[in-house]
Design a protein around this ligand. Structure first.
Ligand SMILES: [Zn+2]
Length: 395
Protein backbone atom coordinates (compact mmCIF):
# COMPACT_ATOMS: atom_id res chain seq x y z
CA UNK A 1 0.00 0.00 0.00
CA UNK A 2 1.56 3.31 -1.03
CA UNK A 3 1.96 6.00 1.61
CA UNK A 4 -0.72 8.33 0.25
CA UNK A 5 0.01 11.04 2.80
CA UNK A 6 3.63 11.28 1.69
CA UNK A 7 2.65 11.09 -1.98
CA UNK A 8 0.11 13.87 -1.53
CA UNK A 9 2.80 16.06 -0.04
CA UNK A 10 5.14 15.30 -2.89
CA UNK A 11 2.46 15.86 -5.55
CA UNK A 12 1.58 19.20 -3.96
CA UNK A 13 5.23 20.21 -4.12
CA UNK A 14 5.52 19.27 -7.79
CA UNK A 15 2.29 21.07 -8.67
CA UNK A 16 3.41 24.18 -6.80
CA UNK A 17 6.70 24.19 -8.69
CA UNK A 18 4.97 23.70 -12.04
CA UNK A 19 2.52 26.55 -11.44
CA UNK A 20 5.40 28.87 -10.61
CA UNK A 21 6.90 28.21 -14.03
CA UNK A 22 5.02 30.57 -16.34
CA UNK A 23 3.92 28.67 -19.46
CA UNK A 24 1.18 30.99 -20.71
CA UNK A 25 0.49 30.13 -24.34
CA UNK A 26 1.36 32.13 -26.38
CA UNK A 27 4.34 32.07 -26.19
CA UNK A 28 4.16 28.82 -24.17
CA UNK A 29 7.85 28.40 -23.54
CA UNK A 30 7.11 24.94 -22.15
CA UNK A 31 10.83 24.10 -22.24
CA UNK A 32 11.22 25.54 -18.72
CA UNK A 33 8.61 23.16 -17.31
CA UNK A 34 10.11 20.31 -19.33
CA UNK A 35 13.55 20.95 -17.83
CA UNK A 36 12.05 20.79 -14.35
CA UNK A 37 10.33 17.48 -15.12
CA UNK A 38 13.55 16.09 -16.63
CA UNK A 39 15.41 16.82 -13.41
CA UNK A 40 12.96 14.71 -11.39
CA UNK A 41 13.12 11.89 -13.95
CA UNK A 42 16.94 11.99 -13.83
CA UNK A 43 16.87 11.50 -10.10
CA UNK A 44 15.03 8.19 -10.56
CA UNK A 45 17.05 7.26 -13.64
CA UNK A 46 13.98 7.16 -15.88
CA UNK A 47 14.73 7.46 -19.59
CA UNK A 48 13.10 10.28 -21.51
CA UNK A 49 13.32 12.33 -24.64
CA UNK A 50 12.72 16.05 -25.04
CA UNK A 51 11.21 17.02 -28.37
CA UNK A 52 10.99 20.61 -29.54
CA UNK A 53 8.59 21.39 -32.37
CA UNK A 54 10.22 24.80 -32.47
CA UNK A 55 12.55 26.69 -30.16
CA UNK A 56 11.13 26.68 -26.63
CA UNK A 57 8.04 24.65 -27.56
CA UNK A 58 9.06 21.43 -25.89
CA UNK A 59 7.27 18.22 -24.98
CA UNK A 60 8.79 15.39 -22.96
CA UNK A 61 8.23 11.65 -23.37
CA UNK A 62 9.37 9.30 -20.59
CA UNK A 63 9.08 5.54 -20.40
CA UNK A 64 9.24 2.87 -17.71
CA UNK A 65 9.54 -0.56 -19.25
CA UNK A 66 7.10 -3.41 -18.72
CA UNK A 67 7.70 -7.04 -19.66
CA UNK A 68 6.16 -6.48 -23.08
CA UNK A 69 3.36 -9.03 -22.73
CA UNK A 70 0.85 -6.24 -23.30
CA UNK A 71 0.91 -3.04 -25.32
CA UNK A 72 1.92 0.24 -23.64
CA UNK A 73 -0.36 2.55 -21.73
CA UNK A 74 0.29 6.28 -21.87
CA UNK A 75 -0.41 9.02 -19.36
CA UNK A 76 -0.64 12.43 -20.93
CA UNK A 77 -1.13 16.05 -19.88
CA UNK A 78 -0.32 19.47 -21.26
CA UNK A 79 2.17 21.89 -19.75
CA UNK A 80 0.95 25.13 -21.32
CA UNK A 81 -1.74 27.29 -19.73
CA UNK A 82 -4.12 30.02 -20.90
CA UNK A 83 -3.44 33.71 -20.22
CA UNK A 84 -4.40 35.57 -17.04
CA UNK A 85 -6.09 38.81 -16.07
CA UNK A 86 -4.08 39.30 -12.85
CA UNK A 87 -6.33 42.08 -11.52
CA UNK A 88 -9.21 39.59 -11.30
CA UNK A 89 -7.22 37.20 -9.12
CA UNK A 90 -7.23 37.11 -5.34
CA UNK A 91 -3.68 35.74 -5.39
CA UNK A 92 -0.79 36.06 -7.79
CA UNK A 93 -1.70 33.43 -10.43
CA UNK A 94 1.89 32.18 -10.49
CA UNK A 95 2.35 32.03 -6.73
CA UNK A 96 0.55 28.71 -6.17
CA UNK A 97 -0.87 30.00 -2.90
CA UNK A 98 -2.42 27.32 -0.69
CA UNK A 99 -5.53 28.32 1.24
CA UNK A 100 -8.13 26.08 2.91
CA UNK A 101 -6.65 23.02 1.22
CA UNK A 102 -6.93 24.50 -2.26
CA UNK A 103 -4.02 25.53 -4.45
CA UNK A 104 -4.66 28.76 -6.33
CA UNK A 105 -2.73 29.24 -9.54
CA UNK A 106 -2.99 29.33 -13.31
CA UNK A 107 -3.06 25.77 -14.56
CA UNK A 108 -3.73 24.23 -11.14
CA UNK A 109 -6.63 22.26 -12.60
CA UNK A 110 -5.93 22.69 -16.31
CA UNK A 111 -3.66 20.81 -16.61
CA UNK A 112 -0.66 20.97 -14.29
CA UNK A 113 -2.49 19.11 -11.52
CA UNK A 114 -2.85 16.18 -13.86
CA UNK A 115 0.76 16.50 -15.03
CA UNK A 116 1.98 16.45 -11.41
CA UNK A 117 -0.05 13.34 -10.53
CA UNK A 118 1.03 11.45 -13.62
CA UNK A 119 4.66 12.36 -13.11
CA UNK A 120 4.50 11.20 -9.52
CA UNK A 121 2.90 7.90 -10.55
CA UNK A 122 5.80 7.32 -12.90
CA UNK A 123 8.42 8.20 -10.28
CA UNK A 124 6.73 5.94 -7.75
CA UNK A 125 6.48 2.99 -10.17
CA UNK A 126 10.20 3.24 -10.80
CA UNK A 127 11.17 3.68 -7.14
CA UNK A 128 9.10 0.73 -6.00
CA UNK A 129 10.19 -1.30 -8.98
CA UNK A 130 6.59 -2.30 -9.65
CA UNK A 131 6.47 -5.21 -12.12
CA UNK A 132 4.57 -4.06 -15.22
CA UNK A 133 3.08 -5.95 -18.14
CA UNK A 134 2.79 -2.80 -20.18
CA UNK A 135 5.36 -0.09 -20.81
CA UNK A 136 4.24 3.01 -18.98
CA UNK A 137 4.69 6.15 -21.07
CA UNK A 138 4.40 9.68 -19.75
CA UNK A 139 3.92 12.43 -22.34
CA UNK A 140 3.76 16.03 -21.18
CA UNK A 141 2.94 18.24 -24.13
CA UNK A 142 3.26 21.77 -25.35
CA UNK A 143 0.55 23.83 -27.00
CA UNK A 144 -2.72 22.14 -26.09
CA UNK A 145 -4.41 25.47 -25.39
CA UNK A 146 -3.74 26.71 -28.93
CA UNK A 147 -4.92 23.54 -30.64
CA UNK A 148 -1.90 21.28 -30.27
CA UNK A 149 -0.09 21.79 -33.59
CA UNK A 150 3.19 22.42 -31.73
CA UNK A 151 2.43 19.70 -29.20
CA UNK A 152 0.56 16.44 -29.61
CA UNK A 153 -0.23 16.95 -33.28
CA UNK A 154 3.49 17.35 -33.96
CA UNK A 155 4.28 14.22 -31.93
CA UNK A 156 1.60 12.19 -33.69
CA UNK A 157 2.84 13.28 -37.11
CA UNK A 158 6.58 13.06 -36.51
CA UNK A 159 7.17 10.73 -33.56
CA UNK A 160 4.23 8.35 -33.41
CA UNK A 161 6.53 5.39 -32.69
CA UNK A 162 7.52 7.00 -29.38
CA UNK A 163 3.96 7.41 -28.12
CA UNK A 164 2.21 4.39 -29.61
CA UNK A 165 0.01 2.92 -26.90
CA UNK A 166 -3.10 0.82 -26.56
CA UNK A 167 -4.58 3.19 -24.00
CA UNK A 168 -4.09 6.86 -23.24
CA UNK A 169 -5.20 8.68 -20.12
CA UNK A 170 -5.62 12.40 -20.77
CA UNK A 171 -7.40 15.39 -19.25
CA UNK A 172 -11.18 15.63 -19.23
CA UNK A 173 -13.83 13.74 -17.37
CA UNK A 174 -15.39 15.00 -14.17
CA UNK A 175 -15.86 14.04 -10.58
CA UNK A 176 -18.84 15.92 -9.23
CA UNK A 177 -19.27 16.53 -5.53
CA UNK A 178 -22.80 17.14 -4.31
CA UNK A 179 -22.87 20.67 -2.83
CA UNK A 180 -25.11 19.71 0.05
CA UNK A 181 -23.89 16.27 1.06
CA UNK A 182 -20.22 16.92 0.13
CA UNK A 183 -20.22 13.40 -1.26
CA UNK A 184 -19.02 12.39 -4.69
CA UNK A 185 -22.17 11.96 -6.76
CA UNK A 186 -20.64 10.74 -9.95
CA UNK A 187 -17.40 9.89 -11.67
CA UNK A 188 -17.41 10.78 -15.36
CA UNK A 189 -14.79 9.05 -17.49
CA UNK A 190 -14.45 11.03 -20.68
CA UNK A 191 -14.33 8.79 -23.73
CA UNK A 192 -15.44 11.20 -26.42
CA UNK A 193 -15.84 14.89 -27.10
CA UNK A 194 -17.78 17.26 -29.30
CA UNK A 195 -16.22 18.67 -32.44
CA UNK A 196 -15.80 22.46 -32.62
CA UNK A 197 -16.41 24.21 -35.93
CA UNK A 198 -16.91 27.87 -36.84
CA UNK A 199 -19.62 28.68 -39.36
CA UNK A 200 -20.26 32.16 -40.76
CA UNK A 201 -23.58 33.49 -41.96
CA UNK A 202 -23.00 36.25 -44.49
CA UNK A 203 -25.81 38.55 -45.62
CA UNK A 204 -25.33 40.84 -48.60
CA UNK A 205 -27.34 43.87 -49.66
CA UNK A 206 -27.20 47.05 -51.69
CA UNK A 207 -24.97 49.70 -50.09
CA UNK A 208 -26.06 53.32 -50.01
CA UNK A 209 -26.56 56.46 -48.00
CA UNK A 210 -28.44 55.85 -44.76
CA UNK A 211 -30.84 58.70 -45.52
CA UNK A 212 -32.53 56.45 -48.11
CA UNK A 213 -33.49 53.10 -46.53
CA UNK A 214 -33.24 50.12 -48.89
CA UNK A 215 -35.39 47.00 -48.80
CA UNK A 216 -32.44 44.57 -48.90
CA UNK A 217 -30.48 46.04 -45.97
CA UNK A 218 -27.99 43.31 -45.06
CA UNK A 219 -28.14 44.04 -41.32
CA UNK A 220 -31.90 43.51 -41.21
CA UNK A 221 -31.51 40.34 -43.25
CA UNK A 222 -28.90 38.93 -40.93
CA UNK A 223 -30.87 39.98 -37.85
CA UNK A 224 -33.94 38.08 -39.03
CA UNK A 225 -31.88 34.98 -39.67
CA UNK A 226 -30.33 35.26 -36.21
CA UNK A 227 -33.71 35.73 -34.57
CA UNK A 228 -34.88 32.46 -36.12
CA UNK A 229 -31.72 30.78 -34.95
CA UNK A 230 -32.22 32.11 -31.42
CA UNK A 231 -35.66 30.50 -31.29
CA UNK A 232 -34.34 27.17 -32.51
CA UNK A 233 -33.15 24.33 -30.36
CA UNK A 234 -31.34 21.56 -32.26
CA UNK A 235 -33.06 18.22 -31.69
CA UNK A 236 -31.98 15.92 -28.87
CA UNK A 237 -29.66 13.18 -30.11
CA UNK A 238 -28.20 10.81 -27.58
CA UNK A 239 -25.38 8.44 -28.37
CA UNK A 240 -24.11 5.42 -26.47
CA UNK A 241 -21.99 7.61 -24.18
CA UNK A 242 -24.52 10.32 -23.36
CA UNK A 243 -27.32 7.78 -22.93
CA UNK A 244 -25.27 5.96 -20.29
CA UNK A 245 -24.26 9.33 -18.83
CA UNK A 246 -27.82 10.56 -18.30
CA UNK A 247 -28.93 7.18 -17.02
CA UNK A 248 -26.09 7.12 -14.49
CA UNK A 249 -26.58 10.73 -13.50
CA UNK A 250 -30.30 10.20 -12.92
CA UNK A 251 -29.44 7.74 -10.17
CA UNK A 252 -27.72 10.38 -8.09
CA UNK A 253 -30.09 13.24 -9.05
CA UNK A 254 -33.26 14.18 -7.21
CA UNK A 255 -36.80 14.53 -8.58
CA UNK A 256 -37.78 16.11 -10.96
CA UNK A 257 -34.33 16.24 -12.63
CA UNK A 258 -33.97 12.46 -12.29
CA UNK A 259 -37.26 12.05 -14.15
CA UNK A 260 -36.19 14.42 -16.94
CA UNK A 261 -32.91 12.55 -17.37
CA UNK A 262 -34.65 9.21 -17.63
CA UNK A 263 -37.16 10.42 -20.20
CA UNK A 264 -35.08 12.42 -22.66
CA UNK A 265 -35.93 10.01 -25.46
CA UNK A 266 -39.58 9.53 -24.53
CA UNK A 267 -41.66 10.11 -27.69
CA UNK A 268 -44.09 12.54 -26.00
CA UNK A 269 -42.27 13.83 -22.94
CA UNK A 270 -38.75 13.98 -24.37
CA UNK A 271 -38.86 17.54 -25.68
CA UNK A 272 -40.30 18.87 -22.44
CA UNK A 273 -37.73 17.01 -20.32
CA UNK A 274 -34.90 18.26 -22.52
CA UNK A 275 -36.11 21.85 -22.26
CA UNK A 276 -36.35 21.66 -18.46
CA UNK A 277 -32.88 20.20 -18.08
CA UNK A 278 -31.38 22.68 -20.52
CA UNK A 279 -32.90 25.57 -18.59
CA UNK A 280 -31.53 24.25 -15.31
CA UNK A 281 -28.07 23.22 -16.53
CA UNK A 282 -26.99 24.66 -19.90
CA UNK A 283 -24.10 22.18 -20.07
CA UNK A 284 -26.57 19.29 -20.01
CA UNK A 285 -28.39 20.99 -22.88
CA UNK A 286 -25.18 20.99 -24.89
CA UNK A 287 -24.47 17.38 -23.94
CA UNK A 288 -27.70 16.15 -25.52
CA UNK A 289 -27.48 17.91 -28.89
CA UNK A 290 -25.46 19.86 -31.44
CA UNK A 291 -25.11 23.42 -30.22
CA UNK A 292 -24.79 26.91 -31.70
CA UNK A 293 -23.42 30.04 -30.02
CA UNK A 294 -23.07 33.28 -32.03
CA UNK A 295 -19.75 34.83 -30.99
CA UNK A 296 -18.68 37.61 -33.37
CA UNK A 297 -20.86 40.06 -35.25
CA UNK A 298 -19.41 42.28 -37.97
CA UNK A 299 -20.82 44.96 -40.21
CA UNK A 300 -20.70 48.64 -41.07
CA UNK A 301 -17.93 51.18 -41.49
CA UNK A 302 -19.69 54.51 -40.93
CA UNK A 303 -22.76 55.55 -39.04
CA UNK A 304 -24.41 57.07 -42.12
CA UNK A 305 -23.59 54.37 -44.67
CA UNK A 306 -25.67 51.27 -45.34
CA UNK A 307 -23.09 48.47 -45.50
CA UNK A 308 -23.02 45.90 -48.27
CA UNK A 309 -22.27 42.98 -46.00
CA UNK A 310 -23.01 41.71 -42.50
CA UNK A 311 -21.72 38.52 -40.97
CA UNK A 312 -21.98 36.55 -37.78
CA UNK A 313 -19.67 33.82 -36.58
CA UNK A 314 -21.43 30.82 -35.11
CA UNK A 315 -19.34 28.64 -32.85
CA UNK A 316 -20.88 25.23 -33.35
CA UNK A 317 -20.17 22.12 -31.30
CA UNK A 318 -21.14 19.02 -33.21
CA UNK A 319 -21.85 15.65 -31.69
CA UNK A 320 -19.02 13.24 -32.52
CA UNK A 321 -20.99 11.25 -35.11
CA UNK A 322 -22.57 14.26 -36.77
CA UNK A 323 -21.90 15.07 -40.43
CA UNK A 324 -21.12 18.75 -40.90
CA UNK A 325 -23.03 18.87 -44.20
CA UNK A 326 -26.19 17.55 -42.54
CA UNK A 327 -25.95 20.21 -39.88
CA UNK A 328 -25.44 22.95 -42.49
CA UNK A 329 -28.60 21.72 -44.20
CA UNK A 330 -30.50 22.05 -40.91
CA UNK A 331 -29.15 25.58 -40.50
CA UNK A 332 -30.37 26.50 -43.97
CA UNK A 333 -33.85 25.28 -43.12
CA UNK A 334 -33.89 27.23 -39.87
CA UNK A 335 -32.72 30.59 -41.21
CA UNK A 336 -35.13 30.36 -44.17
CA UNK A 337 -33.21 32.79 -46.36
CA UNK A 338 -31.43 31.35 -49.38
CA UNK A 339 -29.67 34.66 -50.07
CA UNK A 340 -27.62 34.26 -46.90
CA UNK A 341 -24.34 32.55 -47.57
CA UNK A 342 -23.12 29.88 -45.16
CA UNK A 343 -19.33 29.80 -45.07
CA UNK A 344 -17.32 27.15 -43.25
CA UNK A 345 -14.13 25.16 -43.26
CA UNK A 346 -13.91 21.60 -42.15
CA UNK A 347 -13.27 21.26 -38.40
CA UNK A 348 -9.67 21.81 -37.30
CA UNK A 349 -9.86 18.96 -34.85
CA UNK A 350 -9.76 15.59 -36.55
CA UNK A 351 -12.84 13.45 -36.73
CA UNK A 352 -12.18 10.83 -34.09
CA UNK A 353 -14.03 7.72 -33.00
CA UNK A 354 -15.40 7.33 -29.49
CA UNK A 355 -13.18 5.25 -27.20
CA UNK A 356 -14.99 2.03 -26.30
CA UNK A 357 -16.47 1.61 -22.84
CA UNK A 358 -15.92 -2.13 -23.07
CA UNK A 359 -12.18 -1.98 -22.47
CA UNK A 360 -9.67 -3.03 -19.86
CA UNK A 361 -8.81 0.59 -19.07
CA UNK A 362 -12.39 1.74 -18.66
CA UNK A 363 -13.15 -1.19 -16.39
CA UNK A 364 -10.03 -0.50 -14.32
CA UNK A 365 -10.97 3.16 -13.90
CA UNK A 366 -14.54 2.28 -12.97
CA UNK A 367 -13.21 -0.18 -10.39
CA UNK A 368 -10.95 2.42 -8.79
CA UNK A 369 -13.83 4.93 -8.79
CA UNK A 370 -15.96 2.37 -7.02
CA UNK A 371 -13.28 1.70 -4.40
CA UNK A 372 -12.64 5.37 -3.67
CA UNK A 373 -16.26 6.51 -3.67
CA UNK A 374 -18.58 3.52 -3.19
CA UNK A 375 -21.64 5.80 -3.13
CA UNK A 376 -20.91 7.32 -6.56
CA UNK A 377 -21.90 6.08 -9.99
CA UNK A 378 -19.25 5.78 -12.69
CA UNK A 379 -20.39 6.78 -16.15
CA UNK A 380 -18.83 7.46 -19.55
CA UNK A 381 -18.71 11.14 -20.37
CA UNK A 382 -18.73 13.28 -23.49
CA UNK A 383 -17.04 16.64 -23.13
CA UNK A 384 -18.75 19.62 -24.73
CA UNK A 385 -15.30 21.16 -25.14
CA UNK A 386 -12.38 19.90 -27.17
CA UNK A 387 -9.00 18.53 -26.09
CA UNK A 388 -5.92 17.23 -27.86
CA UNK A 389 -7.13 13.66 -27.26
CA UNK A 390 -8.94 13.84 -30.60
CA UNK A 391 -5.58 13.54 -32.39
CA UNK A 392 -4.87 10.27 -30.63
CA UNK A 393 -8.33 8.77 -31.05
CA UNK A 394 -8.02 9.53 -34.75
CA UNK A 395 -4.91 7.28 -34.92
ZN1 LIG B 1 -6.52 21.41 -20.63
Amino acid sequence: MPDYKELTKEATGILTDLIKINTVNPPGNEIEAVKYVAKLLDREKITYEIIESESGRASIIARVKGNGSKKPVMMMAHLDVVGVEPEKWKFDPFSATIKDDYIYGRGAIDDKGMAACELLIMLEMQRKNVPLKRDLILTLCADEEAGGSKGIEFLVNKHLDKIKAEFVINEGGRIIVNEQTKKVGFVGIQNTEKVPVNIKLVAKGTPGHASVPLPDNCIFKLSKAQARLADWQPPVKLNETTRAFFKGLSRSATFPESFYMENLEHPELGAFCAAQLTKKEPILGSTMRNSVSPTILKSGIRSNVIPSEAEVNLNVRLLPEEKLEDFIQQLREVIKDTSIEIVYNKPEHPDSPTSPVESELFRAMAKVGQELWPEAVTVPFMSTGATDAAYLRAK
